[in-house]
Ligand binder design. Structure first.
Ligand code: ADP
Length: 674
């Protein structure tokens, strides 16, 4: 009974066991499949990695023969070991670096499993050097014999090259920085000194250990610290280069620096600081020197103005009184004495005018005033200036005008008169007998312009050839010995040259000793077809001195200087005028408020109230017709004349006053007030 049951039970157990085994097998089979897939995936990834990695692996035997290699060995080195036998020793380059590799197998007996790193350079297939870093692992037999070496190699050509270049650049930079005279500081975000570079550490204000790692603010004086930090912050914030100037120390210790703040990164700032003390001091000296020069120039001008005034005023008296005396009833002896006085005072006046003119030309304050005038009249008047002297010496004077020279021209009449008379004065001064002539011709005509040529010729002492070239330089005289025969300032021809240049022309000389000289100059003028009344009020016909009849005016003369006042009164009487007289500005104002004057002759330099103030006060007077005011002054400077016009004067006479000049001004005044 028990045996069939037992048998069935055993069978059942066996069946169950089989079923369980089958299930287990199935499970194992599926696991194996999964593992296989995974292995395939992994090997695929490995292949991909090795193909795309720059690292290569290979194996070489004791003779160096490469017996196995990774797939990318060929890609990196270009060598195909399946076609050729390649030994590692065959492809080593001449680089001395390889020496160690050639012998390292013999020298270093390695333990199994020891890994070593070594660098070699090999040729690739194209002969180009490849730097490899080898990680070698030797393989030994069970008997301890070295069988082969497994190698993983990394191509470090680029890395080494880059590192070398970097090292070189760093080196260069170091040299460059050393050559820069500036002290260079590296400052971090917290305004701490991180490093510095300077040629001479002794020149730094602090020893390096006193400031390295410290905050700028704690090292330099407080106000400077604030200033520096402000600009450093600005530099960090804006990224813009900041240029600052700052000072360390005081008095003789004072040093001035120029700092350039350059942002290198978000964390670092470079401060290049150069010592500009010497440059600054030189600059300050220069400014001081300029200021002194300016002040000297001003003082010079003021001196000339005063001199001009102080000399002209008394001279006015001398010239005027001499003229009056010469026209009065005197005997021949007295006349001769007065002639000497006249010649001396004229010459003195010319010298003063030369010096003043020259100073005006030099300071650039000479202006060009164009007017229309009768050319022949100007030349004849200039000749008449030397008539007296010529008659005395028995010298013949003549003038000649070519047919193409117009009667009327437009240019600066006063300047042209000055040029011609300077040349004529020289001619008469240096000629004892013979003749002096002046010839005017026209060189060319273009549109409204004419180029006129003037030639002043004499038969005087002449000028040696070697002296001629320097004649037009200032203070030059042919005979400059102390006992020289001829007086003069040596400025006349220098002034002539400058004036001619002002008129866009040039001057030259031709001369022979003991035969004579010929001075020629050309100027550019404007053509004027005829005399126009508004341009010039002069009467070119017969002249009479008694003008008051035809040109009546109520006149006031204001002059504090007794001699000048008397002189002007005499002139006015000759012209037929009886003027009221005021001896100073205050008296003048009282008279103007009581009377109506048509013309006032007003001296400018007066005590208490000067002429400019008088004009201003007159302008304030209400219900009064404004008089025509002619200022009188010995100040011949341009600024004085323009100031006179500015305050409201209508005309301006420069002392010494000449009768003819006064007459012309009064005629002009009359024509303008009517
Ligand atoms: P100065 O006022 O001394 O005459 P200038 O500049 O007018 O100064 O003349 C310079 C010098 O040129 C004179 O001193 C003289 O030696 C010489 N010179 C000028 N003009 C003549 C001339 N017509 N004949 C001879 N020498 C002359």
């Amino acid at each position: 009974m028990s045996s069939p049951f037992f048998f069935i039970a055993v069978c059942l157990i066996l069946v169950l066991l089989c079923l369980w085994l089958i299930k287990r097998l199935k499970h194992l089979l599926s696991k194996t499949h999964e593992l296989k897939n995974e292995i395939e995936n992994l090997s695929c990834t490995l292949r991909l990695l090795s193909e795309h990695s720059s690292d290569i692996s290979f194996r070489y035997d004791l003779k160096g023969l490469i017996t196995q290699e990774s797939q990318n060995f060929q890609r990196v080195t270009g060598h195909d070991i399946s076609k050729n036998h390649v030994t590692i020793y065959d492809i080593l380059t001449e680089n001395p670096l390889n020496e160690k590799f050639r012998t390292h197998l013999q020298k270093e007996v390695k333990q199994e499993g020891t890994k070593t790193t070594i660098q070699v350079e090999i040729y690739d297939r194209f002969g180009k050097g490849l730097l490899l870093e080898l990680l070698e692992k030797p393989e030994y037999s069970t008997e301890g014999q070295l069988k082969w070496i497994d190698v993983v190699a990394k191509d470090v050509t680029l890395a080494i090259k880059t590192e070398k270049t970097l090292k070189e650049s760093r080196n260069q930079l170091k040299h460059v920085l050393k050559a820069i005279p500036d002290a260079i500081f590296m400052i971090d975000r917290e305004y701490r000194y991180r490093s510095f570079q300077t040629i001479d550490e002794d020149k730094l204000w602090q020893k390096s250990k006193e400031f390295e790692g410290e905050k700028v603010f704690d090292v330099v004086p407080k106000p400077l610290g604030n200033f520096l930090e402000k600009h450093m912050e600005l530099s960090f914030k804006t990224g813009k280069k900041q240029i600052i100037e700052y000072q360390m120390g005081e008095g003789k210790e004072r040093c001035i620096y120029k700092g350039r703040l350059i942002k290198l990164s978000e964390d670092f700032l470079l401060v290049a600081s150069s010592d500009i003390t010497a440059e600054k001091l030189a600059n300050e000296e220069l400014i001081k020197a300029e200021r002194i020069a300016e002040e000297t120039q001003k003082a010079k001008k003021a001196f000339f103005a005063t001199m001009s005034h102080e000399i002209r005023t008394p001279l006015n008296g001398v010239v005027g009184t001499t003229n009056i005396l010469m026209n009065s009833s005197i005997d021949e002896k007295q006349y001769e004495t007065l002639e000497i006085l006249k010649a001396s005072s004229d010459s003195l006046l010319r010298t003063i005018n030369d010096v003043l003119d020259y100073s005006r030309i030099e300071s650039g304050s000479l202006d060009f005033k164009e007017s229309l005038f009768y050319l022949n009249k100007l030349v004849e008047e200039s000749l008449s200036l030397i008539k007296f002297e010529a008659r005395k010496k028995g010298i013949l004077l003549s003038s000649n005008y070519n047919d193409d020279v117009p009667q009327f021209i437009r240019t600066d009449e006063a300047r042209l008169r000055q040029i011609i008379s300077n040349l004529l004065y020289n001619a008469i001064k240096f000629t004892e007998s013979g003749s002096i002539s002046i010839e005017v011709s026209c060189l060319k005509k273009l549109n409204e312009y004419l180029w006129l040529n003037f030639k002043v010729q004499d038969t005087g002492i002449g000028i040696p050839k070697e002296k001629q070239h320097q004649l037009f330089e200032e203070f030059t005289q042919v005979d400059n010995s102390y006992d020289r025969q001829f007086s003069g300032s040596g400025l006349g021809l220098a002034i002539v040259k400058k004036l001619v240049q002002l008129m866009e022309g040039d001057v030259s000389v031709q001369s022979e000793v003991n035969k004579g000289s010929s001075f020629e100059f050309t100027i550019k003028v404007r053509v004027a077809s005829s005399m126009n009344n508004t341009d010039n009020q002069e009467n070119t016909g017969m002249e009479t001195d008694y003008i008051a009849g035809e040109h009546p005016m109520k006149l006031l003369l204001v002059e504090d200087n007794d001699i000048n006042r008397k002189l002007i009164v005499i002139y006015l009487e000759r012209l037929g005028y009886v003027a009221d007289i005021a001896k100073d500005g205050i008296e003048a104002l009282q008279m103007v408020s009581k009377n109506t004057y048509e013309t006032i002759l007003l001296d400018i330099s007066m005590p208490k109230m000067d002429g400019f103030q008088v004009v201003q006060e007159i302008q304030k007077l209400e219900d009064k017709a404004k008089p025509y005011i002619i200022g009188i002054s010995a100040n011949a400077f341009k600024e004085d004349v323009s100031k006179a016009h500015e305050v409201g004067m209508n005309d301006y006479i420069i002392k010494p006053i000449y009768f003819k000049d006064l007459k012309e001004r009064l005629l002009k005044a009359h024509s303008l007030i009517k």
